[in-house]
Design a protein around this ligand. Sequence first.
Ligand code: CTP
Ligand code: CA
Length: 219
Amino acid sequence: EMLLYKEKDLVGKNILITAGPTREDIDPVRFITNRSTGKMGYAIAKAARDRGANVTLITGPTDLTPPSFIDVVNVYSAEDMYRAVSDRFDKCDVLIMSAAVADYRPKEKSNIKIKKSDDDLKIELTRNKDILYEIKEKKSRQVVIGFAAETNDVLENATKKIKKKNLDYIIANDVSQKDSGFGTDTNTIKIIDKFGNVKDYPNMSKLDVAHTILNLLVK
Ligand code: CTP
Ligand code: CA
């Protein structure tokens, strides 16, 4: 634990944090998901709690144990996560969307197990709602922070997202790097604000990244 951040500088702040992947069912035994493990969002939840915030963690399925003394909302699909976030957004001061929300779900979910045949199987996918894009209509006092997972043209892509989703900050990380992104214990991030200012950070533990993000709320 870093002594540097022991200060309770987020007391009274209601912080909503999303974490992990979502699962989009194909049938009762199969689903589509992504490589998110939830480590980044859980680290933010822990750091925010330690700094005195009231933390609600909305989490997709992960293997992690949530930090104690916070509210935990378990969700499964992107649709569940959308509902969980919109139900709680009005009452929060800060939303940090570190979840890797599935962009698509199978257009039809089979209630019985799909049997194999000799033919190819085609699964049609349909778009999920973009939670941040939808929530921007409800934004009043809230500080909204998104993440951008990119494999290429990191700055360009992340900057587009901050505009499209009307974010205050976006945390861009290059998930093609070995020490950054899905499943790793460290992250190399750039923080971009709504004015286009970019700050580069060295590779840090996810807990240090979490504190760096939370520092945006106290300056
Ligand atoms: N996000 C969201 N709802 C979705 C998909 C993404 O709120 N249905 C949020 C993520 O939690 C993240 C931000 O939007 O904070 C950017 O997610 P990302 O996947 O990087 O960008 P997309 O806008 O989905 O675009 P693409 O995947 O095509 O790069
Ligand atoms: Ca996406």
